[in-house]
Design a protein around this ligand. Structure first.
Ligand SMILES: [Zn+2]
Ligand SMILES: [Zn+2]
Length: 113
């Protein structure tokens, strides 16, 4: 399959998943109470929310922050992954205090349950 075709299919797949409110982690559909919206149109089951790097799940101490997945292709569509604040801090070389600010200034980027 040519690369463009594969990319187009992947993009369509993501759009459909959004429309159907499929959890990016387990790909099953989410329904109201069992899920949280971590980013616009991106629903995760509560049990499926975990850090993309260390698999830590959110708790009182640990907020989960959505961040764009790194890719070599600058034209690639943005794919968001959840990170715990510790991994987020490491990945983006910031501090946990700054992250508290981020969550306050741009709540759509930060997520706490
Ligand atoms: Zn799930
Ligand atoms: Zn982590």
């Amino acid at each position: 399959m040519p690369r463009e075709e594969a990319e187009r299919q992947a993009a369509e797949e993501r759009e459909r998943a959004k429309r159907e409110r499929r959890c990016p982690e387990c790909t099953n559909k989410t329904f109201g109470e069992d899920s949280e919206m971590l980013a616009p149109d991106l629903y995760y089951h509560r049990g499926c929310i975990k850090c993309a790097l260390c698999s830590r799940q959110p708790d009182n101490e640990t907020s989960i922050i959505m961040a764009a997945r790194e890719t070599d292709d600058v034209f690639a569509p943005e794919i968001l992954d959840p990170y715990c604040k510790f991994c987020y801090a490491k990945k983006f070389k910031t501090s946990a205090i700054k992250i508290a600010d981020i969550v306050e200034i741009a709540p759509e980027l930060g997520f706490c349950i």
